[in-house]
Design a protein. Structure first.
Length: 504
């Protein structure tokens, strides 16, 4: 998880989860205490799930009528995900109406209370409290044949105390099969939170896509249709108006903040284009940072995609010269900003941010075949919260491949495990996630006012690039910290995106 250095501008939306326990009504009159025991297990699951989502626990479903009522109730509460706890054997006909009425993905929990039953003392009732797995094949068959979208998580329940009614040791919270099961459940809820947050998010698009970058071009309607994000098309004039409203006091406050957060560089010893920032450049970048945050708040944005050239040194060109610092600060405040008009990577960055794993804008900088690494980075923006030490501000005499000059950021992502998340578009117009897990190393970097991180992938640069390029990626991606491939795969699964992992 990322340690936030700023409070997020926008609150994230936790997943809404519909939880229910299933069982067989005949058992309740045959085995005293069994129904209540399973209901208590369900309440334990509710408490656990509440760490990562807003939980609506219907309780026991053991009849068609209850199943229908639960489906309606979950719809009324607008849940994102259904979680079915297989408490004991249950006939599929008694509970299948719930996901048929509330058409959300289902996670079936096959969590056994005891790691091992007490074979010498176990009664039939005791066994039935541990035989939830018995009905899961039936559930899977029924769900598959009726078109219900489902997944199964198996393992141990993970109690910290054994209920008085139990004849076996049910303290399994530290058992690997409980730990792993709950880690997987947590990932499903976090993935569902991504889905919900995107559905209620607004992507700002200012300027245009970098002309000629065909991989960047995407249909706004397609993006909204597949992610739920609304696209707010903005004018540079919207930002220009806000720049004029920035006060001297606001600019001075932002400059103080920046000086505490960044190292103000001297001239680069290598690149004559990378100089110590001038006071004029710093003042302008801070003025722009204030205006950029005002724009985000005015239009209620959750992410931003941008690119603009301007012409012959006009005012709009001058405005875009100050973009990088402010967009980096916004990215650290939970409003990821992607350059060159790359909306797909902005979405990837937003997914990383929702999951609290960073998400910095990057591309291939260069391969180091001696160290067997690939340097990943860009000329901005950067996710300051995942920086390895204080990032550096440099003044660039020109932005390579772009118009103008100004402040840029030089930084490296924290050393250790990283995962890149790229979102591309297929020939059929579908979004596709491309993921790679690697390790950020202590290798050398250039001092040219760009972000860059040496990353070692297990395949090595040659094979990695061949395999990655074969998947037809966009040339940008988001860099996150940690091993997040499995988590990203769950996001892709819930959002209906194709998923491909290049390197684990």
């Amino acid at each position: 998880m990322v340690e936030r250095i700023f409070e997020s501008i926008k609150a994230l939306h936790k997943a809404k989860v519909g939880l229910y326990t299933i069982g067989h009504p005949t058992y309740w009159v045959q085995f005293d205490g069994l129904e209540d025991r399973l209901i208590q297990y369900g309440k334990f699951i509710e408490t656990q799930l509440s760490q990562w989502g807003e939980v609506f626990n219907y309780g026991m479903i053991d009849s068609r009528d209850k199943s229908e009522a639960a489906g309606r109730w979950f719809n009324e509460n607008n849940v994102d995900l259904l979680i079915c706890f297989a408490g004991t054997y249950a006939m599929s006909a008694d509970h299948i109406a719930t996901p048929q009425i509330c058409k959300k993905p289902v996670i079936v929990l096959n969590l056994q209370p005891a790691a091992s039953i007490n074979y010498e003392k176990t009664t039939t009732g005791e066994w039935l409290a541990n035989c939830g797995a018995c009905c899961v094949p039936e559930i899977s068959n029924a769900f598959e044949r009726t078109g219900i979208d489902f997944r199964v998580v198996s393992g141990l329940l993970g109690l910290k105390e054994t209920p008085e009614i139990s004849l076996a040791d049910e303290v399994t919270y530290n058992h690997p099969d409980a730990i792993e099961a709950w880690h997987e459940i947590e990932e499903w809820l976090r993935a569902a939170s991504v889905m919900r947050t995107l559905q209620y998010s607004k992507m700002g698009f200012i300027g245009h896509t970098y002309p000629g970058m065909l991989d960047m071009y995407s249909d706004f309607t397609m993006l909204q249709g597949q992610t739920g994000m609304h696209v707010e098309i903005l004018e540079m004039c919207d930002l220009e108006k806000l720049v004029k409203e920035v006060t001297v006091e606001e600019r001075a406050k932002k400059l103080d903040e920046v000086k505490k957060m960044f190292i103000i560089s001297e001239d680069s010893p290598a690149d004559p284009l990378a100089k110590k920032p001038t006071e004029k450049q710093l003042d302008w970048a801070c003025t722009m940072a204030v205006a950029q945050e005002k724009m985000v708040r005015k239009f209620n944005l959750d992410a931003l995609t941008y690119y603009y050239r301007g012409l012959d040194g006009n005012n709009l060109q001058h405005i875009q010269e100050g973009f990088i610092l402010g967009h980096s600060l916004l990215t650290a405040q939970g409003i990821p900003c992607a350059g060159e008009g790359d909306m797909k990577t902005a979405i990837a960055m937003k997914i990383c941010d929702i999951l609290d794993v960073g998400g910095s804008f990057c591309e291939i900088v260069v391969g180091d075949f001696k160290d067997q690494t690939i340097l990943l980075g860009h000329d901005g923006p950067f996710h300051i919260a995942i920086s390895d030490g204080k990032p550096v501000l440099r003044g660039l005499g020109l932005f390579h491949g772009k118009s103008g000059s100004g402040i840029s950021i030089e930084a490296t992502v924290k050393k250790g495990d990283i995962t890149t998340l790229g979102i591309t578009q297929t020939n059929e117009g579908k979004l596709k996630m491309i993921v790679s897990q690697g390790v950020a190393t202590h290798g050398p970097v250039m001092r040219i006012g760009n972000t860059m991180t040496p990353v070692q992938f297990s395949l090595g640069p040659r094979l990695f690039m061949n395999k990655w390029f074969k998947e037809a990626p966009t040339h940008h991606c988001a860099m996150s910290i940690g091993k997040n491939g499995r988590l990203f795969e769950k996001v892709a699964d819930l959002m209906g995106m194709e998923f491909q992992i290049i390197c684990e």
